[in-house]
Design a protein around this ligand. Structure first.
Ligand SMILES: Cc1ncc(COP(=O)(O)O)c(C=O)c1O
Length: 383
């Protein structure tokens, strides 16, 4: 059990709540969930589903109508044809990475993962017994991804390569040229599968296009796509996501699901059909709000002495370099929460390469973002 890591966002959240229970005012800039409500027509569809009797197990892979809606959405947005048999609906985006790691990881196996990156990757790789091999994401490369460097890390023991675009915590994206180069290079390594975490696929700015692993038919037999409803439709608490699996692997993933959670919540699955097939204007409205806040947080962070921040291209996180403060990331996390009443996350929580950075979420109002960063500035430069 000591190999199993965690997501410190949940720990910071608990500490912030404890401070609030003592009467302290805390600005929450640690959040990995859109601060908006789930759009009303989706909520209504969920309520109707409960009234209509969606009270029982669904097929383990999920309702066929939902898997068909997922395929139609993938065709519309990614231009890729997927068969509903290859889609596994799960309670959140996380189970797809959990299942993939259980499937591919074992002592002696190597799994490549982004660092800094979503902490569950490294945690689950280690727990499976496999060796985590970090792909360092560098600020001076815009936290993008250099395919040649990634390919150079592949060994005969490499089983799986994890890609995350747009990325948590950096806000970086993988450009088409890099994904092209990666896929071309993977031809020389037919033993390597790819898990592409595209949970932020709808949160892209400045006209950037989302490039999906499913757009490479030559990789279809060894690519797993992870996406879901949490971030796009402000549905983190509903717990629903999906994986698109290679034909040879989907039955194994289904069996892990049957051995663990059986299936995703039935009424939530019906609500998710409404999300995919209904109006998308709420998604656009949320994106416009995130974009406005992104520009504000970027400017405000760059105004803090000792901080410098590249412009995030996707997701809803800013990841400033804080080395100029001369204070470690963990100490900054502690001071900002305890002394300034601002919950944000140490970059080191996202892997060793995140030391010297902090993650600020802009899934909060402009007023709260401004107030939080004012407190951070004052905390570093007391009057
Ligand atoms: C990169 C990444 N992948 C997956 C997830 C998990 O999504 P879900 O809440 O749908 O399980 C998150 C959540 O923060 C994330 O940041």
């Amino acid at each position: 059990m000591s190999e199993l890591g965690t997501e410190t966002a949940f720990e910071v959240f608990a500490k912030a709540k404890a401070l609030e229970a003592q009467g302290r005012d805390v600005v929450h800039l640690h959040i990995g969930a859109p601060d908006f409500e789930t759009p009303a027509h989706i909520v209504e569809a969920g309520i109707r589903a409960l009234r209509d009797g969606y009270h029982k197990y669904t097929p383990a892979k999920g309702l066929l109508e939902l898997r068909e809606a997922v395929c139609a959405d993938i065709l519309r947005r990614r231009g890729a044809e997927v068969h509903p048999d290859d889609v596994l609906i799960a309670p959140g985006g996380k189970p797809t990475m959990f299942y993939a790691m259980l499937m591919f990881g074992e002592p002696g196996a190597e799994i490549l993962y982004p660092n800094p990156g979503f902490p569950i990757y490294e945690s689950m790789i280690k727990w499976s017994g496999a060796t985590p091999v970090p792909i360092e994401l560098r600020e001076d490369e815009g936290f993008g991804f250099d395919a040649e460097k990634v390919l150079a890390k592949i060994t005969p023991a490499t089983r799986l390569l994890i890609v995350n675009t747009p990325a948590n915590p950096t806000g970086g994206i993988v450009q088409r040229a890099q994904l092209d180069a990666l896929v071309a290079g993977l031809e020389r390594h037919p033993h390597v599968c790819v898990l592409c975490d595209e949970i932020y696929s709808r949160q892209l700015y400045d006209g950037e296009e989302h490039v999906s692993i499913l757009q490479y038919p030559e990789l279809r037999e060894r690519a797993i796509l992870l996406d879901g409803w949490s971030k796009t439709y402000a549905m983190t608490g509903w717990r629903l996501g999906y994986g698109v699996w290679p034909r040879d692997l989907v039955a194994h993933a289904e069996r892990i699901q049957i051995n663990s959670v059986s299936c995703a919540n039935a009424a939530t699955q019906v609500a998710a059909i409404a999300a995919l097939e209904g109006p998308q204007d709420a998604v656009d409205t949320m994106l416009a709000a995130f974009d406005e806040r992104r520009k504000i947080i970027h400017a405000e962070l760059n105004d803090i002495p000792g901080f410098s921040c590249v412009m995030p291209k996707g997701a809803f996180y800013a990841f400033p370099n804080t080395r100029g403060t001369g204070i470690s990331s963990r100490e900054l996390e502690r001071r900002f929460l305890n002394d300034a009443g601002v919950a944000c996350l140490s970059g080191a929580s996202f892997g060793a390469s995140g030391e010297g950075y902090m993650r600020f979420s802009y899934a909060n109002s402009v007023a709260n973002i401004r107030e939080g960063l004012r407190r951070v500035r004052d905390c570093l430069q007391p009057a």
